[in-house]
Unconditional design. Structure first.
Length: 47
């Protein structure tokens, strides 16, 4: 959600900030291009 334009969302129950950060950091590579200019993993693979 962080990379596709969402800046907020309303979960049904409160979330632990540490759990959220851990989930968002779980996979450091990205699959698609976005406005943040990170290099997609498939581009690195075929370089």
């Amino acid at each position: 959600m962080r990379r596709c334009g969402f800046d907020s969302f309303g979960p049904d129950a409160p979330l632990d900030a540490g759990d959220v950060e851990a989930a968002l950091a779980r996979w450091p590579e990205v699959y698609q291009s976005a406005a943040d200019d990170r290099t997609p993993i498939w581009t690195k693979r075929h370089a």
